[in-house]
Ligand binder design. Structure first.
Ligand code: BDP
Length: 723
């Protein structure tokens, strides 16, 4: 009897062990910072031999972060605890991290010649012999530089690269590398598809969620150094004392990671929370109110970054309410933050339905005459294209045509117009396409990247912003592959010369596995994913034909809304004769806003890149495209090929099961099947609709829609997220 009970208990115990879930469900929470044991035995041995101890002298908050990160990461990657000390002690190799100021060891290496070119965020990683022992040094001029170098060093290990003879130097090409959170104070996120806002205002300032720290770690690992906490459609409340105390708590938590906090400033704040009668930027009382407000903010947050402002756009208040210009508004705020070194990021995303001109032209029309009139601490933040974060847009004509004003790039990482939460679209190729576009500002080779990194016009103040895709979902970004967009944005903000494939390679290795049987096909899948999406949504330069207001799903039939430039028919202009927006001289002439060599290229239908064809030209249905197919057939073919590509992506992923943990495998697989379903929806809805104009049959090879156009037109998702 006794034996039987023991046997039973043993079986029960074994069963319990077998069915206990792992301490960490593989939900994606760890992002690219997983730090699992290096499963390449040669490399593991090399690392173990090279890193017998970690030497970090100095104990500033930032160096402590570096120390903790290394402790945790090396424990995981090398499978053993690596002692850390403030002096090199052992006979074998050490990893030495620090600055000449914080570390006598680093100072003794006489690196000053190399360090002097690395600025206050750059770093070097190099093999060195210290006290006769082979070591690796991560050195910088500042603690934050040393932290960035630490993360780079960890990336070498995570991607299984040799650290035997390293000689790396790295400095950011752009100074302000910022995330824009469109987060509201009630924790909803405008255009957010990954849960709610990370900022738990109600529990702040007292409760510092571990997620704030992990968010800052992730950002520091890719060099993001600023975060705008609040929505551009701003709420003045965040500037009240009650909220500033909460903002201070976040700023304090982020500071060791080099992450500065910024806020959006609602232009009418002096009226709403300041009891003034006006917000006129030329009014002395208003100016004083902002100066006092800025001083108050700096009392709480001495390194507050500054303000981001959306004014006189989509109903937001601004200087034009008082007959003043954008420069008047921006300069007033700039004067308020200048004494404390703050900056103003003034958005150029402005358009007005009362202005009877092509929406694509309005930002340039308003801002171009203001070039040279902004204060030194103002950057004008320009979206990558002139309409609005479409799946594909030609670069914004302001890039290259505002030489006296530092322009900041604004990309959208959250996929408002790109399948939102469930579509796999790797956005680095989109970012790169824009960054590498030639503006011809100073002749050939004057790329957008060189405009925003300040080299073309000699600007020292430079910046780049990405509208965040981060929320409370356990995997942070909703889609596991959305993490790659956060990652690649940060990597390109640091160094826009990196290649998309190179970044995908790093991210995949750190996030999934170093196994090339996985990396190679999945990287290929990522690299084609943006083009696939463009094909099944808006091929050949079509744009803004998404569902009304929520922008989810196809809605090319949207018309008769309160403003024409919020309808789809405004953008595609389809009729019996053809399709596309004529932006040449016979149409809106938006092309004239570009510099002459660009104008020339876009103006001529033969030299206009086919990917922008219907962006700039209205063409007949039988227009002969590059493939030799007539426009209607080409359009249909592109829609079909987008769907085919998604099916190919599904096949690729399905064959990867053995390389991925079941949770993440299933997650991605399910989302890909949603993507396939929605790609078909896009294809069928758009082709049936455009067919009412082209009156042509679907060409061979294009699948027949399963439903009628009426069926697609009545689909009206309620409570779509992100509005
Ligand atoms: C559009 C979004 C809207 C934003 C606006 C902006 O639909 O929610 O407020 O851009 O950037 O893309 O201000």
């Amino acid at each position: 009897m006794k034996n039987k009970t023991i046997a039973l208990l043993t079986i029960l115990m074994l069963l319990c062990v077998a069915f206990t879930p792992p301490a960490h469900a593989e939900d994606g929470y760890r992002l690219w910072q997983r730090y699992d044991l290096v499963n390449n035995s040669d490399r593991l041995k090399e690392y173990q031999q090279s890193i017998a101890e970690v030497v970090i002298e100095g104990n500033s908050p930032t160096l402590s972060v570096a120390k903790n990160e290394l402790n945790m990461a090396l424990q995981g990657l090398l499978g053993r605890t690596i002692p850390s000390s403030s002096r090199q002690t052992q006979s074998s190799g050490a990893l030495v991290v620090g600055t000449p100021a914080s570390s006598a060891t680093v100072a003794s290496l006489k690196l000053n010649n190399k360090l002097k070119n690395l600025g206050d965020e750059g770093y070097l990683i190099q093999s060195a012999t210290i006290n006769g022992k082979k070591s690796t040094v991560v050195a910088a001029n500042t603690d934050i530089g040393a932290l960035y170098g630490t993360f780079h060093f960890l990336r070498l290990l995570q991607t299984h690269q040799s650290i035997q003879n390293v000689a790396i130097t790295s400095t950011p090409k752009i100074k302000h590398r910022v995330l824009n959170h469109w987060d509201n104070l009630d924790r909803t996120v405008e255009r957010g598809y990954s849960g709610f806002s990370l900022w738990d205002w109600h529990k702040l300032p007292d409760y510092i969620d571990q997620r704030y720290i992990d968010y800052a770690r992730a950002n520091a690992s890719i060099g993001i150094n600023g975060t705008v906490l609040t929505n551009v459609n701003a709420n003045a409340l965040v500037l009240t004392e009650e909220y500033l105390i909460k903002v201070k708590a976040l700023a304090d938590a982020f500071r060791p990671y080099g992450l500065k906090v910024y806020l959006t400033a609602r232009f009418s704040s002096p009226i709403e929370i300041g009891e003034l009668k006006t917000a006129d930027p030329l009014d002395a009382q208003v100016q004083q109110w902002w100066k006092d407000k800025a001083a108050e903010i700096y009392r709480h947050i001495p390194d507050f970054g500054g303000f981001l402002v959306k004014a006189n756009s989509e109903g937001q208040p601004g200087p034009q309410n008082y007959g003043r210009t954008h420069a008047d508004g921006a300069n007033m705020l700039a004067d308020a933050v200048a004494p404390n070194g703050g900056i103003v990021m003034w958005r150029a995303f402005v358009y007005d339905d009362k202005v009877p001109d092509d929406r694509a032209k309005q930002a340039y029309t308003e801002f171009k005459p203001l070039d040279g009139t902004f204060r030194k601490n103002v950057m004008v933040q320009v979206k990558n294209g002139a309409i609005d974060f479409q799946p594909r847009e030609p670069f914004h004509p302001m890039f290259g045509t505002m030489p006296k004003t530092p322009l900041m790039m604004e990309f959208q990482i959250t996929q408002e117009y790109l399948g939102q939460g469930t579509h796999l679209a790797y956005l680095s190729p989109l970012f790169k396409e824009v960054l590498e576009s030639d503006t011809y500002a100073k002749g050939k080779g004057s790329t957008v990247a060189k405009v925003i990194d300040g080299t073309i016009d000699n600007h020292a103040l430079t910046g780049i912003a990405g509208v965040s895709n981060i929320g409370t979902d356990r995997n942070w970004t909703g889609h596991q592959f959305g993490q790659a967009n956060w990652y690649s944005y940060g990597r390109l903000a640091w160094d826009h010369t990196l290649g998309s494939a190179e970044i995908a390679d790093e991210w995949l290795k750190m996030t999934f596995t170093n196994n090339n049987q996985f990396i190679s096909p999945v990287k290929q899948m990522m690299m084609g994913s943006h083009e696939a999406l463009v094909n099944y949504m808006t091929p050949l330069g079509l744009h803004h034909i998404m569902g009304w207001s929520h922008h989810f799903g196809p809605g090319p039939w949207i018309k008769d809304k309160q403003r024409a430039d919020w309808t789809s028919v405004y953008y595609h202009q389809a009729d019996e004769n053809g399709i596309g927006f004529d932006r040449t001289a016979t149409g809106s002439n938006a092309i004239a806003q570009y510099l002459p060599p660009v104008q020339k290229k876009f103006r001529n239908v033969k030299t206009c890149p086919e990917k922008f064809l219907l962006w700039f030209h209205h063409l007949p249905w039988d227009y002969k495209t590059e493939s030799g197919r007539e426009l209607w057939n080409e359009l249909a073919y592109r829609y079909q090929s987008g769907v085919d590509s998604v099916r190919q992506m599904q096949q690729t992923w399905n064959s990867m099961e053995r390389f991925v943990d079941p949770e993440r495998f299933r997650h991605v697989k399910t989302f890909l099947s949603i993507q396939e379903k929605e790609a078909v929806w896009w294809r069928d809805a758009c082709l049936l609709y455009f067919q009412t104009f082209s009156k042509r049959p679907l060409p061979q090879g294009v699948e027949k829609p399963a439903h009628t156009l009426e069926y697609y037109m009545q689909i009206d998702p309620k409570f779509a997220p992100g509005i």
